[in-house]
Ligand binder design. Structure first.
Ligand SMILES: [Zn+2]
Length: 343
């Protein structure tokens, strides 16, 4: 691959490097930068983009990206990896989903403000820099989202595409190999249409998906999730011809059609009954998933039950946690309308 220059850093063929893209000067005097890892292959090939932490509390896949970068030798690589472990350093610092400094606007969700605006909100400025220096250069994108400190998630979210791109997307989705996949037509967050990082790449006719994996409770209790995600990325790289070896598509994937986000109705102290060990499994309709009690009176404020017969668990709230009304409790899908797809 020819040399690539990002920010002040040039990375030659067969070399790795770390670049920083300047976004803005922050109030305390430091520069907000987006860190981009570059693994520039010795041989020609596609550019794979890996990204994580556009929501600041969804940090688990930082470990996935770190492990992939450790395992890939630029001298044996055909193509290039561009990787951003922390898309939103401001939200990561505050440990929050959204960008919590600056004037609060409806543009604080980095995940929904692409392609960004160099004269827009702080999140929109970050999105613009990420588009220019990262998204516009990649031929395939995996934009990881994860559970937060108290939740575990595991599925792949992918846009329903047409024609040639649909087949290309399919190949990457099967190679990454999530057990559960959901295709969407229009991304909507709380009823507002959203343009994500993946949408920016898809608009250029390139495959882009959002694998969701892990979360705070997952790291110690389910170490296989990290191994499987790393293997999924390496398998995508084999599929794209970037590293040696034969890509093996997932033997079987569950394509879910009807998905529901169950939110807490009342604030209080949440006691899980079905937790992260059960993510990606199916439970009978009516199964008690967890309950919220008043920490003041011990009264049971809410019992959360599996709504579908059967219910596929996509995200579980896995820890004892203080919850507020409207927080995500579980993400589930209707098992009856789900379809198993074989390799
Ligand atoms: Zn997210």
């Amino acid at each position: 691959m020819r040399a690539v220059r990002i920010g002040e850093v040039t990375v030659e063929a067969g070399q790795s490097g770390v670049a920083a893209v300047n976004v803005a000067r922050m109030p305390r005097g430091d520069d907000l930068e987006i860190t981009i890892h570059v693994v520039n292959g010795a041989k020609e090939g596609p550019t794979l983009g890996l990204a994580c932490t556009s929501h600041g509390d969804e940090a688990y896949a930082i470990l996935v990206i770190g492990e992939v970068l450790k395992r890939v030798d630029p001298k044996a690589l055909s193509g290039r990896i561009l990787a951003i472990p922390v898309l939103n350093p401001v939200a990561f610092e505050s440990g929050t989903r959204l960008t919590t400094v600056s004037m609060i606007t409806n543009e604080d969700n980095l995940n929904t403000v692409f392609p960004g605006d160099p004269e827009g909100s702080l999140a929109a400025r970050m999105a613009h820099a990420i588009k220019q220096e990262f998204a516009d250069r990649v031929d395939c994108l995996l934009d990881f989202h994860c559970g937060g400190v108290d939740s575990d998630i595991n599925y792949t979210l992918a846009k329903e595409c047409e024609g040639k791109l649909a087949a290309t997307m399919d190949g990457v989705i099967r190679a990454y190999g999530s057990r559960i996949v959901q295709y969407y037509t229009t991304m909507a967050i709380s009823m507002s249409p959203a343009t994500t990082l993946a949408d920016v790449v898809l608009a250029r006719g390139m495959p882009a998906l959002a694998p969701m994996c892990g979360g705070g409770p997952t790291y110690l209790s389910k170490p296989e999730v990290l191994d499987k995600a790393v293997e999924g990325v390496l398998n995508v790289m084999r599929h794209l011809g970037m590293i040696a070896g034969r890509s093996v598509p997932a033997a079987e994937q569950l394509i879910v059609k009807t998905k529901r986000v169950i939110r807490h109705r009342h604030g209080g102290y949440f006691i899980p009954i079905v937790g992260n060990g059960a993510t990606t499994s199916t439970v009978p309709g009516g199964t008690l998933l967890g309950k919220t009690i008043s920490p003041y009176t011990f009264e049971v404020l809410e019992e959360i039950k599996a709504p579908f017969a059967p219910t596929v668990l996509i995200m579980t709230r896995a820890c004892l946690s203080r919850v507020s009304p409207g927080d995500y409790a579980y993400i589930v899908a209707d098992g009856a309308s789900a379809v198993t797809r074989k390799a």
